[in-house]
Design a protein around this ligand. Sequence first.
Ligand SMILES: Nc1ncnc2c1ncn2[C@@H]1O[C@H](COP(=O)(O)OP(=O)(O)OP(=O)(O)O)[C@@H](O)[C@H]1O
Ligand SMILES: [Mg+2]
Length: 456
Amino acid sequence: MSKKLLIVEDDPGLQSQLRWCFSDFEVFLADDEESALRQIEEQSPQVVTLDLGLPPDAGGVSVGFLILEKIISINSSIKVIVVTGQEDRENALKAVSMGAYDFFNKPVDAKILSLVVDRAYRLYEIEQENQALLSQQQSTPLSGILTSSSKMLGICDTVEKVAPSDLSVLVLGESGTGKELIARAVHDLSHYSEGNFVAINCAAIPENLLESELFGHEKGSFTGASGQKKGKVEVANGGTLFLDEIGDMPMDLQAKMLRFLQERVIERVGGIKEIPIDTRVICATHRPLGEMIKQQLFREDLYFRISDININLPPLRDRGNDILLLSKVFLDRYTKQQDKTIKGFSQSAENTLLDYECRGNIRELDKIIRRAVIMSNNTYIQPEDLLIESSYSGDSTEKEISDSTLTLAMARNIAEKRAIERVMQEVSGNISKAAKLLDVSRPTLYSLIERLGIDL
Ligand SMILES: Nc1ncnc2c1ncn2[C@@H]1O[C@H](COP(=O)(O)OP(=O)(O)OP(=O)(O)O)[C@@H](O)[C@H]1O
Ligand SMILES: [Mg+2]
């Protein structure tokens, strides 16, 4: 790629003086809006010097600002150096806030300007390399998983290794970190990939129905069991059974699950014969199972059975630049889907995203970007389009959380309470909707509301 510089300047004397300062650049000249924009389109220069005072407003700055705005909307990676009159700091700063790379005062000192241009070019190059690197790394060998974080790339590596083995896999991580996505990746790369991937959310099904959901039932085995029904375990025969939120499985069922994992046979509820099952079992939970074992809420023997390998998915805030990478992918997806012409994020919107904790992780980020695309009328997404607060530092619950004396159980209660309150607000108090969004059953939500003392 050759180094190209466009000089936008209406003073012929200065034009010819500047023209010879940049020996290692191919230099193009323009003296008004029309010729400047034409050169941008035709030559794609990486760096532009732009005199703000151009005809027909040679004494003012309006034409210069107009060109600046247009250049940035054509290609925001172009480095524009604005050349202003002496003492014109205000306009110089305004130009930078609009997206100019730097400013330079007249009279022009060719040597210094040439240093500034060189540095701008170098930065352009670095940004391009960085971009190329990102797009190379953003698609991992595992389908659907986007990341450039070394932690996550390490996890992808682990998934590739354990998938074809018969090791049991336990996926741990906060809500929305991609636990199900990882489980599917394990399935896709395993010997069971031709079979079904059957997911069951142990937290979403009422306790009394969970056993028959899992193991099936014979006709008349309990009130309402009008016919014989295969359970999820049986449907997953030859494929993968994904036990999501295993931390929410009631104790008595944990015993039955353990028995199944040891013997690899099931009995339908009300049935008498044993049915052999060959299935890969993958479990996931956002709960701290170690803590639950201590409190006797989770069986230790079951834990050992399901966790030959633990995959700990880091929250999005610990994945470096992934929040921007994923935001860009989601933006692209939703602008196409909504048929809009949004070109990207403004710098301040990117900063807002980088500052945001995103407790709902990738699932929440996806929602934020989708909403911004639908609602925004801007060419570049602005911070206010994101409808998020960039930090919760004023929140008293946050202070409690950073207190090191806090136990895990207390921290969990605070987090759960906050999540429920937020969702309840979002759905205007509709319990069914809230339960759906929170991925819990209605009875579970009611009991949480009571236990956590949430005002409705
Ligand atoms: N690394 C990633 N790249 C792209 N999309 C992702 C990634 N991780 C998660 N997602 C997407 O985010 C959403 C949430 O992922 P998933 O359902 O796997 O998370 P989860 O941990 O099971 O969430 P929950 O705790 O809410 O059940 C899905 O739409 C998924 O496709
Ligand atoms: Mg999930």
